[in-house]
Design a protein around this ligand. Structure first.
Ligand SMILES: Cc1cc2nc3c(=O)[nH]c(=O)nc-3n(C[C@H](O)[C@H](O)[C@H](O)COP(=O)(O)OP(=O)(O)OC[C@H]3O[C@@H](n4cnc5c(N)ncnc54)[C@H](O)[C@@H]3O)c2cc1C
Length: 603
């Protein structure tokens, strides 16, 4: 396997079972057709999603047998088997339900629920969102009240119904669920519970449980997103996950640290960090589909190809940049977990860092996956036809910007961070710290032009100038007598989000640079890094010029991507990038199935 592909696999594969997963990747490479059964086929799912779902489950079971045979007893392999080929039918069971228990449960609770999950005695969903409460977790209305060594769970109103969770609609037997919790009359905040909802064999809803599928939706055809209302449902006290906050049989509440709840939710950032890779892989899939479908035309030069090649190139470069930069975030997340285990005081600071990086990266990678798939539909000759599969993937990508934190909401957390940083420094004595520490380099200058050879400097100055201007505008709104609410929500929100996005792209560039440095400067990685910087500079050239960071001519020279390639090696590089995630190549989709186009009758 070449160095680049190997590098990307290493980042994508779960570290604890990397060698086992690598074994299968190599097997697939040796004999691809033998593993065709693993490849997703969205069209069959589209025709009848319930049957499609069952079909996927059967394939999943078959894949599981294959893994068990080779590495018996390796439960981790089962939990992460979806990494070998697709998101997996039970993605949320393995990557949301079970990890929530693994992170918020005591060792005994983890053992208990893990055993049931690994044996498929239960299938779980993750039910946080309510019909009326998504981004605002503190506003959740589902209640859990301690009574006689149990908790009584209730849905007090229609807007408190759990709404959207995947697998809840038809197949889940259990769900983890967040509820506002009261013990002996005292509100102990939002806690997380494991709630049985269906009889495992018959899938019949349990008493007091109103559960079902929310119905047709855009994308996610194979997912049974559901609703859930609970009426006086009594669950055992031990079904509350008690790693950080414990409630004993007398209703005595103890918390292991004042940061307990924060750490609890911080541990679950795991899902967000993982999703950056998922979104990027989806972006790469989609780009591959478009590339393979348009490639015959590019080769014969029968279409104007420069713009197409550039758009494909941009999508590849951005998705790889995200995957590589995310490796840094993963490392920081692992550091946080280790600090937590060691009761290290630094854990709090590290958690803030993971939170900021992961929310920026989740948002940018979600937006980029949607952008890539929209471009892909335009690039591929039959991109808007379902037979191209691109329409289906596009629809799957669209909700990326909403779930696991709405992007615009997440980006405002970065804006809050930036505001704090500028507030601290405006006092005169303090310096920018953490992610913003590079701003210190530019505070003393008055619009000096950058050294144009240095992409990093251009991006840093762009980020600093844009953030500074936005934070000043916000402060001016307050000085001019507008309320905090109006200064934020009505007068500056769009710019606060935009500044955070520029800050976010610059961070991806910088993280990627650090990651490449630590990996020993592979040539292809450096090329991707450089192209990523060029694309971002090109897209922000007007702003760069208006801030006096460079003039138009300088930016044009800097962004002359064409000079990096002759026409031929642009195509070669595209081909190279298209193979970077070979294991996810989705073999069935790379050629148009002409039969599906119904042209035969007319010819
Ligand atoms: C396909 C799909 C799968 C999902 N799967 C799950 C799942 O398995 N489990 C689960 O619990 N949930 C799931 N969800 C729900 C998802 O996490 C929520 O939709 C998401 O958190 C946003 O919440 P909301 O829909 O209530 O929107 P809201 O938070 O109400 O947002 C609505 C609009 O208001 C804006 N807005 C909200 N707050 C602010 C603010 N402070 N400032 C400015 N603008 C704001 C948002 O940008 C958005 O445009 C899923 C959603 C989808 C689409």
């Amino acid at each position: 396997m070449d160095q680049f592909k190997n590098y990307i696999y290493n980042i994508l594969l779960e570290p604890s079972i990397r060698s086992e997963l690598e074994y299968f990747v190599q097997e697939f490479d040796k004999n691809p057709t033998a593993y065709d059964f693993l490849v997703d086929n969205p069209q069959s799912v589209q025709e009848n999603y319930k049957e499609g779902y069952i079909g996927l489950s059967q394939r999943y079971a078959k894949a599981q047998q294959m893994l068990k045979k080779k590495f018996p007893g390796n439960t981790h392999l089962i939990q992460f088997q979806h990494q070998l080929y697709e998101l997996g039918t039970f993605y949320l069971h393995w990557q949301a339900f079970l990890p929530t228990i693994q992170m918020l449960g005591t060792p005994e609770q983890v053992q208990y629920w893990q055993d049931l999950s690994f044996n498929y005695q239960i299938r779980g969903a993750y039910a946080q969102t309510e019909a009326g409460h998504g981004s605002d977790v503190q506003g959740l209305q589902t209640t859990a009240v301690f009574e006689n060594n149990s908790f009584i769970i209730n849905t007090p109103s229609a807007s408190a119904y759990k709404f959207w969770p995947g697998q809840l609609g038809i197949f889940a037997t259990h769900t983890v669920l967040q509820a506002r919790t009261t013990v002996n009359g005292k509100d102990i905040g939002i806690q997380t519970f494991v709630v049985p909802i269906r009889e495992p064999k018959t899938l019949k809803a349990l008493e007091g449980v109103d559960v079902g599928d929310i119905g047709p939706k855009l994308g996610f055809l194979r997912a049974d997103n559901g609703y859930l209302g609970l009426k006086n449902v009594r669950i055992d006290r031990n079904n509350m996950l008690m790693r950080y906050t414990k409630v004993d049989e007398n209703g005595q509440v103890t918390t292991s640290s004042k940061n307990a709840i924060k750490y609890g939710y911080g541990s679950m950032l795991n899902l967000r960090v993982g999703l950056v890779n998922v979104f990027s892989i989806f972006g790469l899939f989609t780009n591959n589909l478009a590339y393979y479908q348009v490639k015959p035309l590019l080769k014969t030069q029968s279409i104007e190809n420069e713009a197409i090649m550039f758009r494909l190139l941009r999508s590849y470069v951005v998705q790889y940049a995200q995957i590589i930069a995310n490796a840094q975030v993963k490392e920081i997340f692992i550091r946080f977990q280790n600090q937590l285990k060691a009761n290290d005081k630094q854990a709090n600071e590290t958690l803030q860092l993971v939170h900021l990086y992961s929310s920026q990266m989740k948002s940018i990678s979600g937006w980029e996956a949607v952008k890539t798939s929209r471009e892909a539909m335009q690039i591929a000759p039959f991109g808007h036809l379902n037979a191209s599969d691109l329409t289906i993937i596009y629809a799957d990508n669209v909700p990326f910007v909403t779930y696991e934190g709405d992007n615009n909401v997440l980006m405002q957390q970065t804006a809050q961070y930036l505001l704090k940083q500028f507030g601290k420094v405006s006092g005169g004595n303090a310096q920018f710290t953490g992610m913003a520490s590079y701003f210190n380099k530019y505070t003393q200058e008055n619009n000096q032009k950058s050294q144009l050879q240095n992409q990093e400097e251009i991006l840093e100055r762009l980020s600093y100038s844009y953030c500074k201007k936005t934070m000043e505008n916000f402060q001016n709104s307050l000085i001019n007598g507008h309320s905090l609410q109006s200064s934020w929500n009505e007068l500056n929100q769009c710019e606060l989000i935009k500044a955070s996005i520029i800050f976010g792209y610059t961070n991806i560039y910088k993280q990627m640079g650090a990651q490449i440095k630590s990996s020993g400067y592979n040539l292809e990685l450096l090329k991707i890094h450089k192209l990523f910087g060029l694309f971002i500079i090109l897209e922000n050239r007007t702003t760069i010029v208006s801030f006096g960071i460079a003039d138009f001519k300088q930016v044009e020279i800097l962004a002359e991507i064409d000079q990096q390639f002759s026409n031929n090696n642009k195509l070669e590089f595209l081909e190279y990038l298209s193979n970077g995630v070979g294991m996810y190549r989705q073999r069935n989709f790379i050629n148009i199935d002409w039969d599906k186009l119904n042209l035969q009758a007319k010819l």
